[in-house]
Design a protein around this ligand. Sequence first.
Ligand code: NAP
Ligand code: MG
Length: 478
Amino acid sequence: MTTHFINNQRVAGSSGERIPVLDPSDGQVFAHLARGNVEDIGRAVKAARAAADGGAWSKLAPSERGRLLMKLSNAIAAQHDELATLEMRDCGKPVKQAKADATACARYFEFYAGACDKLHGETIPYTPGFAVMSFYEPHGVTGHIIPWNYPMQIFGRSVGGALAAGNACVVKPAEDACLSLLRIAEIAAEVGFPEGALNIVTGYGHEAGQALADADGIDHISFTGSARVGTIIAQSAAKRHVPVTLELGGKSPQIVFADANLDEALPVIINAIIQNAGQTCSAGSRLLVQASAYERVLEHVGERMRSLRVGPATMDLDLGPLIRANQLERVNSFLTNASHAGLRTLAEGSISPDAPAAGFYAKPTLIADVPPDSMLAQDEVFGPVLAAMAFDDEADAIRIANATQYGLVAGVWTENVGRAMRVAKAVKSGQVFINNYGAGGGVELPFGGVKSSGYGREKGFEALYGFSVMKTVVIKHG
Ligand code: NAP
Ligand code: MG
């Protein structure tokens, strides 16, 4: 689909230039995208402005907006298999993961459909003779920059919340993951979204993405991606004094105390690092285990790791390929550095002999005794590499857990409820899971980071406050 989607129509890019689309399972080009630029972003912003500034979208009652979001949710659910198939090809997601993403996307629109007419302000007691009320109003036009790892889920949570709050949206997906989102925008038009409410411009981050972050008609930017690009986005937004939500990376710890229920913990710990081949912002990429249980836990994790299989999306194995060649190089460079540093590779899974040689496959790998200050313990690998380390006691666990630049999610595994709560409160992160992890999408749960994991919250009702601006009206009635 070599077009953008603006004003409910497929629109050719102004430059005519194209970007090849690769299938990560076999490394082959199977489609092309329009290479968006400043001019294309300008057209999309103009369309969104018209929808937001007195256009049909801005005139809808919140309940009518809710009905449209619900229609979109139902249509995504009905076309679930088609969307999942697109995502498998575009992003290399195994069948189950691609379907889970489509389901989660439908669920975001369902949740936000129900929220549209429930975002209300307050009356505020003030001086006698005055009445004061507050309103949540939409920003107007919101810009959304989406990464490639969970395009449908992140689109659903970000755009779903922004539309529910009454904004018109301009979206720039990652050039590696556009196809499902272009189709969803088309579906939105089919179910009756007014022109300009939802627009998509494809292209490279440094061109179309940067143009969106810099565009004058954008009133709020929601960015999900790396900490490095997050800084660039925040600088662009600061120049125009527009608010930003930054959903950035993580190096999330799974903290396992010696009394943990391992039968419950082990499958979850494994899944937290292999889901989406480790390309997950909230991946549980650091395994912190109490010293007295360390060897025992690692033995079990290693055993499971060795049984894992990697292969093309259509084989629906434990892991699919990584998104592209340089992501595989990145993951391999972490492994090479770890081996040069003398770190112990305790276990790894295997790549199916049926996997095409030109695909981007990485084996899930468990590395033991990783020093907490080493690169592997500090940097986001964004691949299926689990870095294990031992801790002595509660204080030591908290110290190590907090000793990275990130603070997105943490998992705590213990049967001692007091300890679980103390650790949950002491860990610096946006979400903490006790004796579970990830909460299956957690559409209802406010999500976001602290430190270099970003600021602002998406998901849940909380996101609607970020996608709105409060206006206070003061009436003197005497
Ligand atoms: P990325 O390189 O930062 O890219 C994210 C998005 O920004 C893409 O659409 C990208 O476009 C665009 N972009 C790149 N440079 C830009 C610029 N100068 N101006 C405007 N936009 C620009 O991140 P990624 O590699 O796609 O995603 C992986 C990262 O996202 C990881 O760090 C992960 O932890 C994080 N992430 C965080 C969350 C969360 O909720 N906290 C969720 C998922 C992922 P192109 O790709 O087309 O260049
Ligand atoms: Mg692709």
